[in-house]
Design a protein around this ligand. Structure first.
Ligand code: ATP
Ligand code: MG
Length: 261
C-alpha cells in the first residue's frame, strides 16, 4: 500500500482509497468498484464526512430488525471486503448473522479472494456464497446467484453498497432489505426498507456497538423501534441535511476556508 503521510489533511480519505486499490490488486474489487467508491466519496463530501442524525435513526432500526430476525444475513462484496473486512465479521458475529459473498460481477476467483481475505481475520468463519445453488427471480444468471443457506433463506438481509436492480429484486422476493449507501438518490437507497446513508467505514463499527447495547432490549421494545421507523422520512431528512448544510456553507463562504462544518 502506498504510504500516505498521517499529517495529510485528507489522510483518511486517501487511506480508504488506497484500501480499495489494494482490494483490486488482491483480486477482490472490480474495476467498476473503483468508480462506485468515487461516487460514494462525492456524497460523503455533501453530508460532511460524518454520521448524521438520519443515519443514526436508520442504524437503530436496522439493528432492531436484525435482532428480531430469524435468519439474518450480511452480504459482502469486493468494496466491502476491501474497506471493512474485520468490521463486517464483527458485525455479523454480534448479530449472530450469516455472512455471504454476493457479487454483481461474480467470478469464482473474486469470490475466492474475498473468502480468503475474510478468513485472514477469522480462520473459523463460515462464509456462504462460494457455491450458490439458488437464483433471485428476475435477475439474469450470474447476477442473481445466492446461497440456499444464506440470502435465499434469509428474512432480513444487509446488502451494503449494492446495485439498485438487485436491491429491488430482493425486496420483490419478500426480503426485508437494509442497505448502507452514501447516495440517498441511488435506486438502492430508494428501494430498500432501511437505508443507512453513511460511509460503511463509520457505519459498521457503530452498528456493532449498537448491537451489543440493544441485545438486552425486550422483543416489544425492538418491535416498537421497527414499527416507528419510516424510511421515506429518513431519506427526506438526509436531503434536508444536505440542503441546509449547502445553504449554510454557501452563505458562510467556502473560499480558502481550512475547515468546513
Ligand atoms: P443504483 O444502481 O443503486 O442506482 P449506483 O449504480 O450508483 O446506484 P452502485 O455502483 O450499483 O450504485 O452501488 C454503489 C453505491 O455505493 C453507490 O451509490 C455509492 O454511492 C455507494 N458507496 C460507495 N462507497 C461507499 C462507502 N464507502 N460507504 C457507503 N456507500 C458507498
Ligand atoms: Mg447500479
Amino acid at each position: 500500500m502506498v504510504k500516505i503521510p498521517k499529517s495529510h489533511p485528507r489522510y483518511w480519505s486517501l487511506y480508504y482509497r488506497e484500501r480499495i486499490i489494494e482490494g483490486m490488486e488482491k483480486g477482490m474489487t472490480a474495476k467498476a468498484g473503483l468508480i462506485a467508491h468515487g461516487r460514494g466519496e462525492a456524497f460523503d463530501y455533501l453530508i460532511g464526512e460524518r454520521t448524521i442524525e438520519p443515519a443514526k435513526k436508520a442504524m437503530k432500526a436496522a439493528v432492531a430488525k436484525l435482532l428480531l430476525a430469524k435468519h439474518p444475513v450480511v452480504s459482502v462484496n469486493g468494496n466491502v471486503a476491501a474497506l471493512v473486512p474485520r468490521e463486517t465479521i464483527e458485525l455479523a458475529k454480534a448479530l449472530n448473522a450469516k455472512l455471504e459473498v454476493n457479487l454483481f460481477y461474480r467470478t469464482e476467483d473474486r469470490v475466492k479472494a474475498i473468502a480468503d481475505e475474510l478468513r485472514r481475520y477469522d480462520p473459523e468463519i463460515e462464509i456462504l456464497g462460494v457455491n450458490p445453488t439458488k437464483r433471485i427471480p428476475g435477475l439474469e444468471h450470474e447476477r442473481g446467484r445466492v446461497d440456499e443457506k444464506g440470502i435465499w433463506k434469509a428474512d432480513v438481509v444487509v446488502v451494503p453498497l449494492e446495485d439498485g436492480d438487485r436491491t429491488e429484486a430482493l425486496v420483490r422476493m419478500g426480503k426485508f432489505v437494509i442497505t448502507v449507501d452514501l447516495n440517498p438518490l441511488s435506486r438502492s437507497a430508494r428501494m430498500a426498507d432501511i437505508t443507512i446513508v453513511d460511509n460503511i467505514v463509520r457505519a459498521y463499527p457503530r452498528m456493532t456497538e449498537l448491537t451489543r447495547e440493544m441485545k438486552d432490549y425486550s422483543r416489544d421494545e425492538l418491535l416498537g423501534i421497527v414499527q416507528g421507523y419510516d424510511n421515506g422520512n429518513v431519506l427526506s431528512g438526509v436531503l434536508d441535511h444536505m440542503r441546509n448544510r449547502l445553504t449554510r456553507l454557501s452563505e458562510g463562504g467556502v473560499w480558502r476556508k481550512k475547515e468546513l462544518d
